[in-house]
Structure formats: structure tokens, C-alpha cells
Design a protein around this ligand. Structure first.
Ligand code: AMP
Ligand code: ZN
Ligand code: FE
Ligand code: FE
Length: 270
């Protein structure tokens, strides 16, 4: 049976599998197609296409952009964009600068609470889209907290004492850039959103679809979003949000879409 997991993270953002390991694992668990959706970077696609080809897996371009809508953090999945698009590359570069500045401020705040982490230690975690999950890992290493969850809940989660929102890049602008890059925009994991009034406004934006099938949510929880997508004539996507060992309760392929849906979303694939 054809199954495509359209949401997972590699070592180019906060996943623990390299793109090659992700693709090999996808093959092992019997998936037919994959989209790697790193946070604010498309670097995985500098290595993934030939490996997918060799393994006989379909690969569609993907990315998960961090955006802001009326003070809410909104993740937007971009799919099927041109991997050479200058607009998409420029947006990724802008995000890397945003992350760099923001990480610095988060480290300053942690330092003020007597939990110093040197910027060099964070940068040593590699040329990748660095963010709070990496800071959380260093906090564990230094003995400041014992789990990633604890780091978020006590210090670096949204609104917590060491949180910094960073330069917000709006949802509206992100959708426009994905479109310019020839891609389609999907609202990621809406099941996790709060603030009904703002969601109503958010859904007036020109999305192409909604990520209705997500992680381990049950059909019961997905129903509402499928109905909204159908009413708007939008596409439906789905994926696991697999991160590897930093989120071990989620397995690759635990959420997926069928061949028909994959073909509707992806016109250019490798
Ligand atoms: P950032 O991209 O730096 O804003 O960090 C956000 C990422 O951290 C999310 O995409 C998740 O992968 C992860 N994350 C957010 N909240 C939590 C949490 N409470 N526990 C563990 N990981 C989280
Ligand atoms: Zn993540
Ligand atoms: Fe997300
Ligand atoms: Fe994700």
C-alpha cells in the first residue's frame, strides 16, 4: 500500500537522523514517498534527491517555516516549491539570521539565571537550523535540567522567563513567498492551536491546504480540520513530524497520506 509521510525533520534542523538515514528508515518501514520538512531550511535537499532515487522512493520538496500571525506562533509547511527558487532561499537565509540573533538573546537570559551556555557551544552543534531544541540539549548536558520538556516548561517555552520571540516573519508574507517559489502552503498541525478567534482570521489567508493527519492524533481529532479543508476546497496533507530520538514517542510513518493525495500536492518530485 502506498503511504507518504509528508512531515519529518533531519539533522539540518532539530532531528537526529541525517537525510540519508531518514530515507533509509522510510524504506525500512515500508513508505513509498517522503517530504523532509526541516525548520526554516531546505539544506536536506542538497543531498537527499539522489539517495531517494537510488532507494526507489518518491521525494517531494518540503520545508516548515516558523511564522507569526497576530502574536501567535504558526508553523507553515511549504511543499512542491522549486528547489532553486531565489525567494525561498532568501527566506531561509533570513530565518537563519533571525535564529542566530534570537538564540543569542535566549543564552543571555539563561546566563542571567545562572545557567551559562557559551554561544560557541551552541554553534558547535553544527551547520544547521539551530534553535530551542538544541539549547535544551545543552541545558541537559550541563545539568541545568534533566529533560527537553523540563527545559521548555520552566525556561525556554513560549512565554517562559528565558523565551525570546525573535524577529517575527508574518504568515502572510511567508505564504506569498512560497507561492512565488512555485509551491503550496499548508497550515501545520492546527490541532495544537489555541485562540479560536485568531484561528478564524488565520483561515482567511490564502493557504492551499491543511495538515489534517498529524502525528498520533485520532480520526476523531482530525475530523474538524478535514471538514474545514473540504469546505474551502483546499488540499489535505499529513505526516508524523518525526524527529528521531529527541521525540521518541513519534515513529516515522505513524501519520501519512495516500497516493492520490500525494499526487495532488506534488507535481515536481524526484
Ligand atoms: P524553535 O524553532 O527554536 O522556536 O523551537 C521550536 C521547536 O521546539 C518545535 O518545532 C518543536 O520541535 C520543539 N518544541 C516546542 N515545544 C516543545 C516542548 N514543550 N517540548 C519539547 N520540544 C518542544
Ligand atoms: Zn522540530
Ligand atoms: Fe511544527
Ligand atoms: Fe515539525
Amino acid at each position: 500500500m502506498f503511504r507518504a509521510d509528508l512531515h519529518c525533520h533531519s539533522t539540518f534542523s532539530d532531528g537526529t537522523f541525517t537525510p540519508e538515514q531518514l530515507l533509509r528508515h522510510a524504506k525500512e518501514v515500508g513508505l513509498s514517498a517522503l517530504s523532509i520538512t526541516d525548520h526554516d531550511t531546505i539544506e536536506a535537499y542538497t543531498v537527499a534527491p539522489p539517495i531517494a532515487k537510488e532507494l526507489g522512493l518518491l521525494l517531494g520538496s518540503g520545508v516548515e517555516f516558523s511564522t507569526m500571525f497576530r502574536g501567535m506562533s504558526i508553523h507553515v509547511l511549504g511543499y512542491d516549491f522549486d528547489l532553486e527558487s531565489p525567494e525561498i532561499h532568501a527566506l531561509c537565509a533570513r530565518h537563519q539570521k533571525r535564529r542566530h540573533d534570537r538564540n543569542k538573546r535566549i543564552l543571555e537570559r539563561l546566563s542571567r539565571l545562572s545557567m551559562p551556555i557559551y554561544e560557541e557551544e551552541l554553534l558547535a552543534m553544527g551547520e544547521r537550523s539551530l534553535g530551542r531544541p538544541h539549547i535544551a540539549q545543552l541545558m541537559i548536558k550541563k545539568g541545568y535540567v534533566s529533560t527537553i520538556r523540563e527545559a521548555f516548561n520552566l525556561y525556554i517555552g513560549d512565554g517562559k522567563p528565558c523565551f525570546d520571540p525573535g524577529e517575527g516573519i508574518s504568515t502572510e508574507e511567508t505564504l506569498a513567498i512560497i507561492r512565488k517559489g512555485g509551491g503550496k502552503s499548508f497550515l501545520a498541525h492546527p490541532h495544537l492551536l489555541e485562540h479560536a478567534n485568531k484561528i478564524k482570521e488565520l483561515l482567511k489567508l490564502p493557504f492551499d491546504g491543511i495538515e489534517c493527519h498529524y502525528a498520533r492524533f485520532t480520526p476523531d481529532k482530525e475530523k474538524r480540520w478535514i471538514k474545514i479543508a473540504q469546505e474551502k476546497g483546499w488540499l489535505i496533507s499529513g505526516g508524523s513530524d518525526f524527529h528521531g530520538s529527541v521525540k521518541e514517542y513519534i515513529s516515522l510513518g505513524c501519520s501519512w497520506v495516500n497516493e492520490e493525495t500525494f499526487n495532488k500536492i506534488f507535481q515536481r518530485r524526484t
